[in-house]
Write a protein that binds this ligand. Structure first.
Ligand SMILES: *Cc1c(COP(=O)(O)O)cnc(C)c1O
Length: 223
């Protein structure tokens, strides 16, 4: 059994290697450690090991954990799961970024407030219900985010579909990113890559990795 520190070090090394083989600077890649289902004490341990970006996919759990470790200076919470519009304002209270903006009603619900980084999530699976806007509706949603004064559009996010070669999905997201940069030149970031496919994501330009189990170990079953 390896320790949290060892796994973090191994994965960080793999990220740096993958970046260098893609001719990229590892410092241009942000690793978000996904702590869902784990207790706040794990977030504290990660912080002590130098982690400053953590990700959660369920509002209630994220809100409770963020409150428990509110004393950790400079810790950034990334909301990465499907978000109900009636929870949007509450997520804003603790999240530095929302990676899962996938419809106009959510843009409206996030509403005015302090500046918030957002990613538009794109569904590349073609199976509705998994979260994400269909590529054909992306441009309209991007325009809606750009029109929202307090939302800073950082770029696009996707979860690679299970039945496709992840490289293919990541290359598709990069193409969509180049397309939206014509109207949103600052939206260059790509949130893609998880425990099983982060090296492929780095090779296709990922700037934000969302890595859970490879670092945290297996998740406890949700309670
Ligand atoms: C859980 C989750 C991850 C991390 O998954 P692992 O396979 O544990 O790395 C990444 N992105 C999203 C949206 C998730 O829900």
């Amino acid at each position: 059994m390896s320790s949290l520190a060892e796994r973090l070090e191994v994965v960080s090394g793999q990220i740096a290697d993958a970046a260098r083989s893609a001719g990229r600077d590892p410092d241009d890649i942000t690793t978000i450690v996904v702590t869902k289902f784990h207790p706040a004490s794990l977030v504290r341990e990660l912080y002590e090991l130098g982690v400053r970006d953590v990700g959660e996919n369920r509002h209630q759990e994220a809100q409770a954990k963020a409150a428990e470790v509110a004393d950790l200076d400079g810790l950034r919470w990334h909301f990465i799961g499907q978000l109900q519009s009636n929870k949007a304002k509450a997520v804003r209270e603790y999240a530095a970024a929302v990676h899962s903006v996938d419809r106009g009603s959510l843009v409206t619900a996030l509403g005015p407030g302090d500046p918030l980084d957002v990613f538009v999530q794109v569904d590349l699976s073609g199976e509705p219900g998994r979260g994400g806007v269909q590529p054909g509706e992306l441009d309209g949603l991007v325009d809606a985010v750009l029109a929202a004064p307090d939302l800073r559009l950082r770029g696009l996010m996707t979860v690679a579909p299970l039945d496709t070669e992840p490289r293919r999905a990541f290359a598709d997201l990069r193409e969509l990113s180049q397309r939206i940069q014509k109207s949103a030149p600052d939206a260059r970031d790509l949130s893609m890559g998880m425990s099983g496919d982060f090296e492929a994501a780095i090779s296709k330009g990922a700037t934000h990795l969302r890595i859970g189990t490879a670092i945290t170990g297996n998740r406890p079953t949700p309670g």
